[in-house]
Ligand binder design. Sequence first.
Ligand code: KE4
Length: 427
Amino acid sequence: MGVTMKLDKSDQLFEKARKRIPGGVNSPVRAFGAVGGHPFFVERAEGPWLYDVDGNRYLDYVCSWGPGILGHAHPQVVEAVQRACAGGLTFGAPTAGEVELAELIGACVPDVEMVRLVSSGTEAVMSAVRVARGFTGREKIIKFAGNYHGHSDGLLVKAGSGLMTQSVPDSAGVPEGYAASTLTGVYNDEASVRALFEENCGQVAAVVVEPVAANMGVVPPKPGFLEFLRCITKEQGALLLFDEVVTGFRLGLGGASAYTGVHADLYTFGKIVGGGMPLAAYGGRRDIMSCVAPLGAVYQAGTLSGNPVAVAAGIATLKILMDDPGIYERIDGRAQTLAAAFQKAGLTVNRAGSLISAFFVQDGKVENYEDACRCDRKAFAAYFNRMLERGIYVAPSPFEAMFVSDAHSDELIEETCEAVAAYFSGI
Ligand code: KE4
């Protein structure tokens, strides 16, 4: 099933990697497990292009799973990082940049009155859940099958992304007790949420949700679903936590709350907010965030939290987006063009802004985990490998989103549409 491109150096590296790194990769979904063959090893990237160690070039629709909204190696972001590096890599002491980034996040998402910078989306969601439990004094959380919130123990229950790719929705090594405090609802199914609240009356600290799901493929909320979650959490004394690690600064500067009009109590961000560097964030209502140490009793800490080099990348990225909000219209329009090409080829397409998924499912819609699981994995793998042969790199999993960046020109989008049409017409 593998591709016929020259991948000698990548294969040699993969051989060596597998001796020292589990599966040869530092994150499971990169291993090409769902599509066969071996991953290519990247040498460098620029704009919409990835270049591998064998000299192959790929048009990149993974965009490092979301951070790459501006394209790779954006000159202003690189320059900001280089300038920061020259002043030292890490201090473990507060810097002006952290204040500036916190203020920029709050300017874009006014619900985020206070924010804490951390180093990964996993850490952001794990910390936000702890704050929700500390603030409410309650233990249980509700998540949704197919939503992925990083790999902290309590959230690796019926999770999406790499777990769906490997068909293992739950992880080994998670103590029963953790899983017992994580209740799982059906995305877009209000009755499933109502039932969980009735069965666990007064015990639910928060509903944790991807406001637009992007880890079972892209699955937008049905009209009224988020509004329902907002109402029932208020009614039940629970908090609403929007996990915007993917949607934050992707669906627009204001993320999902601006895109949907629904406002949460807590938010998590990652990917774009760090400009491609290891930086994420959690934040929200001042009264809730005042629970966080050293102000309050909920402890969260990090040696590299608010790292000055990562903060410089984040500030540079947000400033470019804030100075040119037309980016969103451009990338959404291009995503729409791509979506139309997949629809014309007969696929079920879900799109939210510049997030797209084309599902290999026989007719019908994809509105939740169960629908997404119906996808034809073999057909997806064949499509993935043919596109890769043509130098077009989509995520090596049917349960990830396609990301469009500002570096994907109209011409490149057109070329991609032609490749899609050629593939599905058997050329
Ligand atoms: P990280 O710990 O990977 O920075 O973020 C975890 C996370 C949290 N919340 C959402 C909604 C996420 O999508 C993620 C991570 N996204 C996946 C891709 N869908 C990361 C890719 C990977 O695991 O390699």
